[in-house]
Design a protein. Structure first.
Length: 249
């Protein structure tokens, strides 16, 4: 009879991991690496755009403007450099939209708390946040857009001057259906250039924000008239107390 070979003592058999499990882990690792590369690539691209638009060129047509152009068959859109815009226009939009523009770093925490307390019925976005949304992102209340807006806003505040932020804002804001930028708005409503806007005209344009399709600067409702008076007073106040110094000094 053949003798049975005895098992060697002290040696444990190792459980082998199945090939499908190993392959699954490798796929997860590869997917994770590609996800990080994509996120890094998008972040790098957006940082490059922030630097480019802040220091070299003016932002081209944005996503929302392209959508409106397709819908309307064209846009009334003009760019005006800072020295081609009446100073009172800049003060008016700051007084209307972001009175603490010179003192915050992109987020107005007091305005955000007030918006939360009001149950979301009022906006807490700063001019910088609106620039980020209009230039780099898209319109719509989604968590992804708000998260990207929150991530990009400090970058714009870091690399752009306050004057540049305000200049871009005035040139990408919508003032009527298909009418973008303060130069186009001044011609559209009053037949003048942006540099020639009066205090009343500038306040009227600021008063129709952020609802330019529901309000008119040339045929103002009682609400727009009341808001215009408040903006004229506010623009005078921020000039007197120094809150316009960051873009006028």
């Amino acid at each position: 009879m053949a003798e049975k070979t005895a098992a060697k003592p002290g040696k444990k058999t190792r459980r082998k991991t199945s090939r499908p499990v190993l392959a699954g882990k490798r796929r997860l690792r590869r997917a994770g690496k590609w996800a990080l590369r994509i996120i890094g690539g998008v972040a790098g691209f957006l940082l490059a755009l922030i630097l480019l638009f802040g220091l070299v060129i003016n932002p081209p047509v944005n996503i929302y403007q392209m959508q409106e152009s397709w819908r309307l068959g064209g846009l009334d859109r003009s760019w005006a450099d800072w020295d081609e815009i009446a100073p009172v226009m800049a003060r008016s939009v700051v007084a209307a939209e972001d009175a603490n523009f010179c003192s915050h770093w992109g987020f107005d925490m007091a305005a955000i708390r007030a918006a939360i307390a009001a149950g979301g019925n009022r906006g807490g976005s700063t001019i910088t946040q609106q620039v980020v949304k209009n230039v780099f992102l898209w319109h719509g209340r989604t968590y992804l857009r708000k998260a990207m807006e929150a991530g990009l806003t400090p970058g714009v505040e870091l690399f752009w001057s306050k004057r540049r932020i305000l200049e871009v804002y005035l040139n990408v804001a919508e003032f009527d259906e298909g009418v973008f930028g303060v130069q186009a708005a001044a011609r559209h409503y009053f037949g003048v250039d942006a540099r020639d806007l009066s205090a009343l005209q500038a306040a009227r344009l600021a008063a129709i924000l952020p609802d330019p399709k529901g309000r008119s600067a040339s045929k103002p409702s009682s609400f727009v008239r009341s808001r215009t008076r408040a903006i004229i007073s506010g623009a005078e106040t921020i000039a007197a107390d120094g809150r316009s110094a960051c873009f006028e000094g």
